[in-house]
Write a protein that binds this ligand. Structure first.
Ligand SMILES: Cc1cc2nc3c(=O)[nH]c(=O)nc-3n(C[C@H](O)[C@H](O)[C@H](O)COP(=O)(O)OP(=O)(O)OC[C@H]3O[C@@H](n4cnc5c(N)ncnc54)[C@H](O)[C@@H]3O)c2cc1C
Length: 378
């Protein structure tokens, strides 16, 4: 992968591809499009096919505290290792040489998983070593669960459905709701807001250590500087999300076995509250396997759960809701300006657009058209 300005990861083509290789990549690349089949499952327009939805948290207090929300995702990973469902977890953690950046880590115990807990709002490439991991699986039989963004989950699911060896190497796919990936410029601007910079920073957390927790920069002397989640995500990072993420039809991980998210409390008007509280994760099982894993983790005492009505998500996930509803108008704006757009099948984008009033669709269409024309002229 190559890091490009203003701090996004892009695939680097190092050799010429044959027509067959090109076609193989096109068949699994979520950037080009995504296909979803509900297969008779409940399939609400905004949230996609699912089996079980609950809220919950890790019963391990350290995981719950360090996790982005309730540490449920990390607790499920510990259960996957303990139950011998997989041998290792492919996940994302802070890069040693860039505190605001990410790297892949292969976790084999609770301590590794604890270190990687918490959301990191920066580019990540958890599938970058897939070929090597498949070779390792062929040689030793090692099985991996992969934690990735919804686009990573979609790519891996598509690959596993075409390649039985990949399916055996990666039997479990875990994801989280994703509002889009901010560039490193966003992370740097948080440091500026904290009155510091990259050279002075030894460690950086985007959130976690509480719910929602604070963005925290620790300098080389151990001094910590923090700002709230509302300031860091709401006022800085969300302004640095890459354009492609704004055209994403799947911010909720429809291809994963299990997806976690923030189960925010809401105020009287239904808006999410970001006051500090013991963390609570939303846990969505999207496949039979996901349902079994969540039930077994609960039975093993790794997570506590309570029931949740998925229709309540519409109020507490405003970012996901608005992006889904705006998507069709944005795609039409891009198309009219002659720009390529992803092909989506089964993601109910027309039904989502019908949930928006006409004036909002029009505003999104014109905004998208203007932006696309600007890009075309440059
Ligand atoms: C870019 C981004 C956008 C998000 N947008 C939303 C949103 O709109 N709504 C919402 O409810 N939740 C969103 N989340 C997810 C949310 O922050 C939590 O991950 C979710 O609540 C689960 O919390 P947890 O405590 O159960 O997970 P944890 O126990 O904290 O586990 C988090 C897992 O995510 C992995 N991870 C962290 N950062 C990355 C990354 N950049 N790429 C790949 N893997 C990573 C970690 O390795 C760890 O395995 C987003 C997360 C990211 C990284």
């Amino acid at each position: 992968m190559t890091l490009t300005e203003p701090g996004f990861l892009r695939p680097h083509q190092s050799a010429t591809l044959s027509a067959v290789e090109e076609a193989d990549i096109a068949a699994v690349c979520p950037g080009l499009g995504q296909r979803v089949q509900a297969k008779g499952q409940p399939n609400p327009v905004l949230w996609g096919p699912h089996r079980d939805v609950v809220t919950g948290w890790s019963t391990d207090p350290d995981l719950r505290f360090s996790g982005a929300s309730g540490g449920a995702l990390s607790a499920l990973l510990v259960h996957l290792l303990d139950s011998d469902t997989v041998d290792a977890i492919v996940q994302t953690t802070a890069a040693a040489d860039l505190p605001i950046g990410n790297t892949i880590v292969i976790s084999t115990n609770r301590e590794d998983i604890l270190k990687a807990a918490g959301s990191r709002y920066a580019p990540s490439a958890p599938l970058a070593d897939l070929i090597e991991l498949i070779a390792e699986h062929k040689a030793s039989g090692r099985r991996f669960a992969v934690v990735g963004k919804p686009c990573d989950a979609a790519a891996l699911r598509a690959m596993c459905s075409r390649d039985p060896v990949a399916a055996a190497a990666f039997p479990v796919i875990v994801s989280f709701f994703c509002a889009g990936v901010p560039s490193h410029k966003g992370g740097e601007q948080i440091l500026t807001a904290l009155g510091t910079d990259l050279t002075a920073t030894a460690q950086f957390r985007f959130r976690g250590n509480g719910w929602p927790g604070h963005a925290t920069a620790t300098d080389h002397e151990g001094t910590k500087r923090t700002i709230s989640y509302h300031e860091s995500w709401g006022k800085i990072l969300s302004k640095h999300v890459q354009h492609r993420c704004k055209l994403c039809a799947d911010g909720t991980g429809v291809a994963a076995d299990i997806v976690c998210a923030d189960a925010w409390e809401s105020d009287a008007a239904g808006y999410p509250i970001f006051d500090e509280a013991p963390g609570v994760s939303l846990i969505v099982a999207r496949t039979d396997l996901g349902t079994k894993i969540v039930a077994a983790a609960r039975a093993a005492g790794r997570i506590e759960t309570t029931s949740f009505d998925i229709s309540d998500l519409t109020a507490i996930q405003p970012g996901q809701r608005e992006r889904r509803r705006a998507l069709l108008a944005r795609l039409l704006g891009q198309r009219l300006a002659g720009r390529p757009i992803p092909r989506y099948e089964g993601l109910q984008i027309a039904a989502a657009a019908r949930q928006n009033p006409l004036h909002r669709n029009l505003r999104n269409f014109l905004g998208s058209l203007r932006r696309a024309l600007r890009l075309t002229q440059h």
